[in-house]
Ligand binder design. Structure first.
Ligand code: FE
Length: 171
């Protein structure tokens, strides 16, 4: 009886996961070094594997959808030329050329390096506001949210946690 119950529970979980998550293990990622979009494997690791690779703060924010306090991160007031990449998997995410001062206290960009490298998800975690969460397309790291109050030419504000980013200076 217990075995049957266990089977039913695991079958139900498997169904609900495949229904709500992308099942493809591949993703197309743009690389500025070759100016090409190439198919790559998604990076999937357990919490324990990520914990071994990341600081507690980065794990909390990038893997557990946390948020750093405004005006405290490494990049909200950072103006060097280069590319902001994913802290977890080094996928290129945002060029410094689309960074602007939103006044929010978080690094803000009006566009990613390529639409393919950042994924959008409906986020209903706040009771009073439906937001659009942004994640790294390759490893699923939580980056922040995108809002429709950004500057031209896109009108978008990608509001990103510094802890989810690393910066690669322009050579
Ligand atoms: Fe990533």
């Amino acid at each position: 009886m217990h075995v049957i119950l266990l089977f039913l529970v695991s079958a139900t979980l498997a169904c609900s996961q495949s229904g709500s998550r992308k099942t493809s293990s591949h993703v197309r990622i743009y690389q500025s070094s070759t100016k090409a979009t190439i198919q790559m494997d998604r990076i999937q690791k357990s919490d324990d594997e990520w914990r071994a690779l990341l600081s507690d703060e980065v794990f909390r924010i990038a893997r557990k959808k946390g948020t750093e306090r405004a005006f405290t991160g490494a990049y909200w007031n950072h103006h060097a030329s280069g590319t902001y990449v994913c802290r977890c998997c080094q996928t290129e995410l945002f060029p410094s050329t689309t960074k602007y001062d939103s006044g929010s206290g978080w690094p803000s960009f009006y566009a990613p390096v390529a639409q393919s490298n950042v994924e959008n998800h409906v986020d209903r975690s706040l009771p009073y506001e439906t937001r659009t969460e942004i994640t790294c397309a390759r490893c699923g790291a939580h980056l922040g949210h995108v809002f429709e109050d950004g500057p031209k030419p896109t009108g978008l504000r990608y509001c990103v946690n510094s802890a989810a980013l690393a910066f690669v200076p322009k050579k």
